[in-house]
Ligand binder design. Structure first.
Ligand code: CO8
Length: 258
């Protein structure tokens, strides 16, 4: 896959998307987000891919939406075009698991993009924040919604209202990131984690993702019912038979994604 603003590669069963606008600290414009969407289309259609990693550069995962591209927009431009919607939603609609591997700045839309992924692995250099308030706007790609769900209302309010950034250690303590790794090991660690996920049964992994996401989108009883039905459905799968047979026979399972 050839793109101008990202690099998309496969590493075994893992799809790796590297944001590649270094001159603008990976500021997110429409072309870049469209390219992420097209790369995801390719990885989702490829049965061999079991997990996707999105990363940026050492200095910036992404320093936000492209301010130069936005600055002259009027209300009718953003309202009629539903800025932002369809192409960003593509990330959140990805059914395969996605890991954000974040080094350096993840600000504004960059933090929001990372939060659309299923979890974040952060380099010790990572900095997260929603600085939109300093530009006279508010977060528009989920920052006011996903951040409080991740870190709680008090910290989300403080971050969105002041525009301050938090470092990797604070982000981990607050529950925004799953794990911190040394910056020079970030992509290697993210690929290893993604490879582990991709070694499991893909449909089961997808069901786990759907089920965990239900915890954010439904009442507890609805979520528990969704989980139980998904659990029941695994007993119609060859991979459940294989996984349990392999355990009993003390061997590694060979999942067929069936
Ligand atoms: N947009 C466009 N260009 C950017 C952006 C950006 N968000 N961030 C950095 N750049 C550019 C700079 O203009 C500069 O370009 P040039 O060399 O041509 O002058 C280059 O990247 C390097 O940046 P700096 O020289 O500023 O680098 P520093 O190391 O001095 O500072 C910072 C790094 C602190 C990250 C600084 O660049 C900064 O504050 N950037 C802006 C951060 C920000 O405000 N982000 C929020 C943007 S608004 C947003 O994300 C809204 C989301 C809403 C929904 C999404 C809609 C698509």
């Amino acid at each position: 896959m050839n793109f101008e603003n990202i690099i998309a590669r496969t590493h075994g069963k893992v799809g790796l998307i590297t944001l590649n606008r270094p001159q603008a600290l990976n500021a997110l414009n429409d072309a870049l987000i469209d390219e992420i969407g097209r790369a995801l289309d390719g990885f989702e259609a490829d049965e061999a891919i079991g997990c996707i990693v999105i990363t940026g550069s050492e200095k910036a995962f992404a320093a936000g939406a492209d301010i130069g591209a936005m600055k002259d927009f009027g209300f009718m431009d953003v309202y009629k075009g539903n800025y932002i919607s369809a192409n960003w939603d593509r990330v959140a609609r990805c059914r395969k698991p996605m890991i954000a591997a974040v080094a350096g700045y993840a600000l504004g839309g960059g933090c929001e993009l990372a939060m659309m992924c299923d979890f974040i692995i952060a380099a010790d250099t990572a900095q997260f924040g929603q600085p939109e308030v300093k530009l006279g706007i508010l977060p528009g790609a989920g920052g006011t919604q996903r951040l409080p769900r991740a870190v709680g209302k008090a910290k989300a309010m403080e971050l969105c209202l002041t525009g301050r950034t938090m470092d990797a250690a604070e982000a981990e303590r607050a529950g925004l990131v799953a794990r911190i790794v040394p910056a020079d090991k970030l992509v290697e660690e993210a690929l290893a984690t993604a490879g582990k996920i991709a070694s499991h049964s893909l449909p089961v992994v997808m069901m786990i993702k759907e089920s965990v996401n239900r915890a954010y989108e439904s009442a507890l009883q609805e979520g528990l019912l969704f989980e139980r039905r998904s659990f029941h459905s695994t007993f119609a799968m060859q991979d459940q038979k294989e996984g349990m047979a392999a355990f009993i026979e003390k061997r590694k399972p060979e999942f067929s994604n069936r």
